[in-house]
Write a protein that binds this ligand. Structure first.
Ligand code: GRF
Length: 203
């Protein structure tokens, strides 16, 4: 008797990242586990020198580089992204530190299938211009005692989509923006893959 074993890994994930890519790496590592229902099929990046690109190349993950100098016209950038996504057919699009806005037409076509991770407890320190160390510096300047990370659906407005999951960290009096960023990333590397797994299981 031939028993057909259907692979669990039927879902396709496209990750967007612009920076060091530690969240992208955490997602990819999680996706290699047997019980994870998806595969990272591509990385989209707008910076040639991003750590995320090095990691993807070392792990044979296809990379689409959209250098800003080649896509200074917004419509060309949008068209190229649409083309890539039509080709990739992602079940979920994961924004892991992608520092460019996702065009509204793409948000519309992939409604509730684009999720972003943001390094604060949204709605605090969210919106246009709030990213990276700016967020952590402000948290410390304001004397907040708790910060964290938020995963949310992407809508046309920066960092305002429905919240899916959060993790919290305590801000200690001796924390610096750098130490806070590190603590938050440790949590993000658990929260992001876990959240993606749950969403894929529900699809
Ligand atoms: C993360 O802290 C994430 O919350 C934010 O950008 C950062 C990306 O870091 N959106 P990394 O490139 O994954 O290390």
């Amino acid at each position: 008797m031939i028993v057909e074993i259907k692979s669990l890994k039927t879902k396709r994930l496209t990750v967007f990242a612009s920076g060091s890519g530690t969240n992208f790496q955490a997602l990819h590592r999680a996706s290699l586990k047997k019980d994870f229902p998806g595969v990272v099929t591509a990385l989209i990046c707008n910076r040639q020198k991003a750590g995320a690109v090095d990691y993807a190349r070392d792990h044979d993950i296809p990379v689409y580089l959209l250098a800003p100098e080649d896509y200074s016209v917004e419509a060309d950038y949008t068209r190229r992204l649409e083309e890539i996504l039509q080709n990739e057919k992602p079940d979920l699009i994961l924004l892991a530190g992608y520092l460019k806005k996702i065009p509204a037409s793409i948000v519309g076509s992939y409604r509730n299938r684009i999720i972003n991770i943001h390094p604060s407890l949204l709605p605090k320190y969210g919106g246009q211009g709030w990213y990276g160390m700016r967020v952590h510096r402000a948290v410390i300047e304001q004397g907040d005692t708790v910060s964290g990370s938020t995963i949310h659906y992407v809508t046309e407005e920066y960092d305002r989509g429905p919240v899916i999951a959060r993790s919290r960290v305590t801000v200690r009096p001796d924390d610096t923006p750098e130490s806070l960023a590190e603590k938050i990333k440790v949590k993000e590397h658990i929260l992001f893959p876990e959240t993606v797994k749950k969403l894929l299981q529900k699809q």
